[in-house]
Design a protein. Structure first.
Length: 234
């Protein structure tokens, strides 16, 4: 093999490796069809490229006929709470430059037209959050709510309902693996804050958020559940 041939082979090998289509792996990737069925909302999370780099989480809106491409949609900032109506989506945004909470009132409320609906965003100063986990044996929906019969034990079962919007259902071949819901926002006077001078301020106004995770105790199909206003993922 001549030196010229060798360098040509090295060049094309390098060129080929750098032009392979990059496959992005997401740790979370969910899709929700909007009420009009003209748009899709995607929420996704992926880890950083390096072990020391932070991951990326975002929510984006695309026309229903458009293929998802990260960063190419209209961003929805904050956590989706619910569809207030067929054309209004409520979002909570907890990002704030406020260092110490003064009260539990919203910092700001704003409205923005995207797609064919309105996003109502309420900004809060959030202090804490938690997750409640339950088992369930039955679930059904209508166009506004999801109803879940959760199980404390064989003799103690109860039904809770949540508005559609934040509901996320993971499936495997149409069988439900889990249901996750951003359920509630509550206010309290139990927040503790460490001041810049090192002193501690107690009994401050606080905002907390509660998420719910439901795991089925038997095989349950998702085929009869509402197809819009719910995030579906694998």
């Amino acid at each position: 093999m001549t030196k010229i041939t060798f360098f040509i082979l090295i060049f094309f090998s390098f060129y080929s490796c750098n032009n392979k289509e990059e496959t992005i792996e997401y740790s979370k990737f969910n899709k929700q069809i909007t009420p009009s069925e003209k748009f899709a909302i995607y929420e996704y999370t992926r880890n950083g490229d390096m072990s020391f780099s932070s991951g990326i989480s975002a929510t984006e809106l695309f026309p229903i006929e458009k293929k998802f491409e990260e960063g190419k949609g209209i961003k929805i900032e904050g956590a989706i709470k619910q569809w207030i109506s067929e054309d209004t989506l409520l979002v909570y945004d907890f990002r704030s430059k406020l260092k110490q909470p003064k009260d539990t009132l919203p910092i700001k409320t704003s409205y923005k037209n995207i797609g064919d609906f309105v996003v109502k965003t309420i900004n809060y100063k959030s202090n804490s959050g938690g997750t409640n986990r339950y088992k369930f044996d039955s679930v059904w929906t209508n166009n506004k709510n999801i109803y879940i019969r959760f199980v404390y034990n064989e003799k103690n079962k109860n039904v809770r309902s949540f508005p559609l919007g934040s509901v996320s259902i993971k499936t495997d071949k149409d069988s439900i693996k889990s249901i996750e819901i951003f359920g509630e926002l509550s206010k309290n006077m139990r927040f503790t804050y460490q001041n810049p001078d090192g002193t501690i301020s107690k009994n401050l106004p606080g905002i907390s958020t509660t998420h719910y995770e439901y795991t089925p105790i038997k095989k349950i199909s998702a085929s009869k559940l509402n197809k819009t206003k719910i995030f579906y993922g694998k």
